[in-house]
Write a protein that binds this ligand. Structure first.
Ligand code: SF4
Length: 126
């Protein structure tokens, strides 16, 4: 397996398939280490990678990639790599991009709040 560090967005999807891929996060940095591993998993890893960063081929040594984390604009917690957010932003319409500044927890809270306001407005019309 080979990893193209220019394409990898640090999403961790591959680490769910192979135990030879380890993740650590500290001080707003995510590190992903790709150790040499069972090549029979390569096809599954290629399918799982959303960025097309994995290809077949032998890499002699382990490599570690590091990514800066994006912090939630509400709670300040790091929740995804900046490259993951850029990747998602390139795939969705402009009108949905304001959600990308929020972590999943704050996004859910915001959705609950707007749903509650929507219900209040609907009842006000009855
Ligand atoms: S699945 Fe692909 S993009 Fe995500 S961390 Fe692994 S190699 Fe990188």
């Amino acid at each position: 397996m080979k990893v193209d560090e220019r394409r990898c967005i640090g999403c961790r999807a591959c680490s769910a398939i192979s135990r030879s891929i380890s993740i650590s996060e500290d001080a707003g940095i995510r590190s992903i280490t790709f150790h040499s591993h069972d090549e029979s998993l390569t096809e599954r890893l290629i399918e799982a990678c959303p960025a097309g960063a994995i290809s077949s081929g032998i890499t002699a040594e382990s490599i570690t990639l590091t990514f800066r984390m994006k912090r939630c604009s509400v709670c300040g917690e790091p929740f995804a790599t900046e490259r993951e957010i850029e990747h998602v932003a390139s795939l969705i319409p402009e009108t949905h991009k304001n959600w990308l500044d929020l972590c999943p927890e704050c996004r859910r809270a915001e959705q609950r709040r707007s749903h509650a306001w929507h219900c209040i407005r609907i009842r006000g019309r009855v």
